[in-house]
Design a protein around this ligand. Structure first.
Ligand code: FO1
Length: 314
């Protein structure tokens, strides 16, 4: 079966990952999760983007926040608060089970890949879900106040500090998850999809893992990205704010430029299509704002159709 590989961060990317999972057969989709957001907190190993993708693909996601579980209870958090524990990073009671069990198994010597594979099977997820690497990579954000760890910047400081740069600590020594390289070498790979996640903090950490960018560039399949920007505004999260603070213009074209050498196709909102004239990428206008499940599936089909057209006429 012709495989599809999707690269995704958290919330925005997870919506398209779900659309792809629903239009593709089981076993056809492999989702690679950014692990640059991962951190140790309260003695627990937390992998937010893996969890957002897992909950979304399992239909357990919290539609209001995009992260954590739906129908959550917060007894642990309120009890922790009474003890003076750190409650700025909110861990629901059900979500806590994932962090406790993942931490236990990591300490027992299992890889993040093996744990994730077991969790997704137990949650009835048909798509494969795996971290970009089983080695630690930690996104750090350089700001006007100095370097901040990712969740400190993103959650504790609510993305307020002015961003001047990023680093992906550990990336140089990280080994790409081997299944990803194996999939990228498959001659019948149908498409590599870069989901509409934040390029700086969700996609580029994945591309920073040695060998991954080159393997994607060399693969037989078309590489198609979906813009996370609609008409100069980020669909969600701090992407637009980061672009302005980095001195970049907040457009779909700027995101394409970040992926430049990799992209064959780029799916953008109709109003952004013209801004890409003259670029060496095949632009497909589509409705990229996903609010309903049907939107997710429609966009997934548009991405796969764009990839299939590129395979026929490279
Ligand atoms: N994001 C928040 O803005 N506030 C939170 O309290 C929070 C808790 C949280 C718990 C588990 C988890 O998997 C994700 C969580 N997130 C929270 C999202 C997290 O910061 C992710 O890194 C973002 O979604 C960016 O990818």
């Amino acid at each position: 079966m012709a495989a599809v590989l999707a690269l995704s961060g958290g919330i925005g990317g997870a919506k398209l990952a779900l659309g792809l999972a629903r239009v593709l057969g089981p076993g056809e989709l492999t989702v690679v999760a950014n692990t640059g957001d991962d951190f140790e907190h309260l003695g627990l190993s937390i992998s937010p983007d893996l969890d957002t993708l897992m909950y979304t693909l399992a239909g357990l996601d919290n539609p209001a926040t995009g992260w954590g579980r739906r129908d959550e209870t917060w007894t642990f958090m309120s009890a922790l608060g009474q003890l003076g524990g750190e409650t700025w990073f909110r861990l629901g009671d059900g979500d806590l089970a994932v962090h406790v069990e993942r931490t236990r198994r990591l300490r027992a010597g299992e890889t993040l890949t093996a744990i994730t594979e077991d969790f997704r099977k137990r949650l009835g997820i048909g798509a494969r879900l795996m971290p970009m690497s089983d080695d630690p990579v930690r996104t750090r954000v350089n700001t006007a106040e100095g370097w901040l760890d990712f969740q400190e910047y993103f959650v504790h400081r609510q993305c307020a500090p002015i961003v001047t740069g990023f680093e992906f600590a550990g990336a140089a020594a990280a080994r790409a998850q081997p299944d990803i390289l194996r999939i990228l070498r498959q001659p019948d790979l149908r498409a590599v999809v870069i989901c509409p996640s934040n390029p700086f903090i969700s996609v580029e950490p994945i591309l920073a893992v040695p060998g991954l960018r080159a393997a994607i560039a060399a693969c037989a399949a078309p590489v198609v990205a979906v813009s996370p920007i609609i008409g100069g505004r980020a669909v969600k999260g701090p992407t637009a704010k980061m672009m302005v603070e980095l001195g970049l213009t907040c457009t779909a074209a700027t995101v394409a430029a970040r992926y430049a050498d990799l992209l064959d196709g780029y799916v953008v909102d109709a109003e952004d299509a013209r801004s890409l004239d003259g670029r060496d990428v095949v632009v497909t206008p589509a409705a990229i704002l996903m609010t309903s499940l049907a939107d997710r599936e429609r966009l997934a089909r548009a991405v796969l159709d764009a990839a299939d057209a590129l395979r026929r006429h490279p």
